[in-house]
Write a protein that binds this ligand. Structure first.
Ligand code: FE
Length: 193
């Protein structure tokens, strides 16, 4: 039911967007989508158990810009909206958690000179985060789709992990993914000590 509702919202959003042959940010209409995706998130839960840490890899860059969208009209790749909660191990939502995402572009390349496909944000007052991005490309050293992320809650240490996708799942770190209208909808809760 929820999937149908979200799909309908996305269809409505697409219908309200300017007509264009090129898939771009306006066509996804993220401003509209963001409100309704967050409003329709499941109740926070910790069913997944503690989120496992995972390696940082060689391409982290500090001081990414604060933003919830890593894409613009020129970004190539399948659109992905990722959202969920940041929770403590006793399952309290965490407002103002810091989340820093970075990923490869559709060609499997990281921007190590600038901050393309890099950005940090803070969870909202209900512990929710929201990210607009693309499906990451594969690269030789890592032939598995993944998004890197660091999370920090309150006075805790910086937690580093990676998120994966159902086509190549990874225990405890696989995004729940649904196909929307022109965009993939991902859901993942971070449960941290
Ligand atoms: Fe990587």
């Amino acid at each position: 039911m929820k999937k149908i509702f979200i799909t309908l919202l996305l269809l409505y959003g697409a219908a309200c967007a300017p007509a264009t042959a090129v898939q771009n940010k306006a066509e996804i209409n993220p401003g509209f989508v963001s409100i309704d995706i967050l409003a329709n998130l499941p109740e926070p839960n910790c069913e997944s158990g503690l989120t496992p840490a995972n390696q940082e890899g060689p391409y982290y860059k500090a001081d990414s810009p604060e933003r919830t969208s890593l894409i613009d009209a020129d970004t190539q790749g399948k659109r992905l909206i990722l959202s969920g909660y940041v929770l403590t191990s006793d399952c309290y939502t965490v407002p103002h958690a810091w989340l820093d995402f970075w990923e490869a572009n559709a060609d499997g390349e990281y921007d190590n000179d600038g901050y393309t496909l890099r950005g940090h944000q803070f969870s909202d007052n209900k512990g929710r985060y929201y990210l607009e991005t693309i499906m990451p490309g594969l690269y030789n050293a890592r032939p598995i789709e993944h998004i890197h992320v660091k999370v920090k809650i309150m006075e805790g240490a910086v937690f580093t992990t990676q998120l994966y996708f159902p086509a190549q799942p990874f225990d405890g770190l696989t995004i729940n993914l649904q196909e929307g209208e022109g965009v993939l909808i991902g859901y993942f809760n971070f449960v941290l000590k």
